[in-house]
Design a protein around this ligand. Structure first.
Ligand code: FAD
Length: 375
């Protein structure tokens, strides 16, 4: 079977690799592979920390995907020889005042009702784990099974994996989806070339609903949610695990990497497709991060960047066959696309081959928006 995947972020690249590994003939099309949200992401693999109450089904999908990570990374690193920067050393979430402590206590109980281990820590225990934490930290919660990965190393490895797996990479933008009768049959590139295939997959992140040629009731609006992050560098041991807290009502996190990089994130702004890095965004991130970890002001400044999280109407991904035959969607991963990469790759490859979405992803079928998008 021939498959054309549009979009080569973490999601499109992983679907390409997994599908080719299962014998499909895959072409992936993107003028700038791995340059958008996947290039900016911090790479936390934290199913609980990034979720809101009421998102239990998404939490289950996140846990499933996090649990696939060790085998996924082992296979990818063995195939390509690339180091992805994967770590499984947990997340510590800290509290500064009584309100924060009450929030963490609620979170711990919520996690326990879901059967997830979470360890409550005193302020002193938090600082024993992470000595750079501010002395004003009152307590915390340790999620031992959370992890992180370097998304730039991950996409580097995935690009190498698709190349080794016989996937054709076309460095072009797609200008329209080609539809004949009631079926998607291919895509047209900006060079005017038509790429025809049995199945078309849109993995185009925050740009998915903007593709021309799609009937109007097939893709809901995927809103771009801007996030700015700062990259710093340390030459001395600094943090041993992802550390997060709430400062002045906004959530702040620091993700350390084994090569000395420390990612500080992230703003959350609904500004359309604007990716301007602002002085205010940078200032707020550094100000809040300094409250959590005063020593960050000593670190080397490397970069500040902004990306667009693809947000679906219910903030959960759309996975699997769309309401137009021949077309599948893998978009709307919002704040969790890196976390959800392994499960997305596996369920999409399965759905392309069998026509059926595995149970774990059934609740995320695009069908759930059928009424909303045809209204
Ligand atoms: C600041 C920030 C921090 C984040 N932190 C985390 C985190 O810690 N953990 C986590 O799990 N997630 C995180 N995310 C979310 C994560 O980055 C996204 O959910 C994920 O990258 C989505 O991947 P994607 O491949 O769908 O989209 P993208 O990476 O945006 O890729 C979409 C691709 O489609 C291509 N494309 C679009 N239109 C066309 C077209 N017409 N023709 C051809 N190609 C096209 C683009 O060029 C792009 O390469 C973060 C995001 C941001 C912005």
């Amino acid at each position: 079977m021939d498959v054309v995947i549009v979009g080569a972020g973490v999601i499109g690249l992983t679907i390409a690799w997994r599908s080719a590994a299962r014998g499909l003939n895959v072409t992936i099309v993107d003028r700038h592979p791995a340059s958008e949200a996947s290039h900016v992401a911090a790479g936390m693999l934290a199913p609980v920390g990034e979720l809101a109450y009421g998102e239990e089904r998404l939490l289950r999908l996140g846990i499933d995907s996090r649990d696939r990570y060790p085998a996924f990374v082992a296979e990818l690193e063995e195939l390509t020889g690339h180091d992805t920067g994967y770590r499984d050393d947990g997340t510590v979430q800290v509290a500064f005042d009584t309100d924060d402590l009450a929030f963490l206590d609620d979170l711990r109980r919520f996690q326990e009702t879901l059967g997830l281990p979470a360890t409550a820590l005193s302020g002193r225990e938090c600082r024993r784990l992470e000595p750079m934490l501010a002395p004003s930290v009152r307590g915390g919660l340790l999620a031992e099974r959370d992890g992180s990965i370097d998304p730039r190393r991950l996409t580097g490895a995935l690009l190498s994996a698709v190349e080794r797996s016989g996937v054709t990479l076309v460095r072009q933008n797609v200008t329209r989806v080609l539809v004949e009768g009631d079926r998607a049959v291919g895509v047209r590139t900006e060079a005017g070339e038509d790429l025809r295939a049995d199945q078309i997959v849109l993995a185009t992140g925050a740009w998915t609903h903007r593709l021309e040629g799609l009937p109007r009731d097939v893709v809901p609006v995927i809103r771009p949610v801007k996030g700015q992050v700062v990259r710093l560098r340390t030459r001395v041991p600094f943090l041993t695990r992802t550390t997060r807290g709430v400062v002045r009502g906004s959530s702040i996190y620091l993700v350390p990497r084994s090569d000395g990089e420390v990612v500080v994130g992230a703003t959350q702004e609904e500004m359309g497709y604007d990716t301007t890095v602002t002085a205010g965004g940078l200032w707020e991130l550094l100000r809040d991060a300094r409250e959590l970890i005063p020593g960050i002001t000593e670190l080397e400044f490397v970069e500040v960047s902004a990306g667009l999280r693809p947000g679906s109407p219910d903030n959960a991904p759309l996975l699997g066959p769309a309401a137009l035959s021949g077309l599948s969607l893998a978009t709307g991963h919002f704040r969790n696309g890196v976390l959800l990469t392994p499960v997305t790759g596996d369920v999409m490859a399965e759905a392309l081959i069998t026509g059926r979405l595995p149970d774990v992803a059934r609740a995320f079928s695009p069908e759930r928006f059928a009424e909303e998008i045809s209204a």
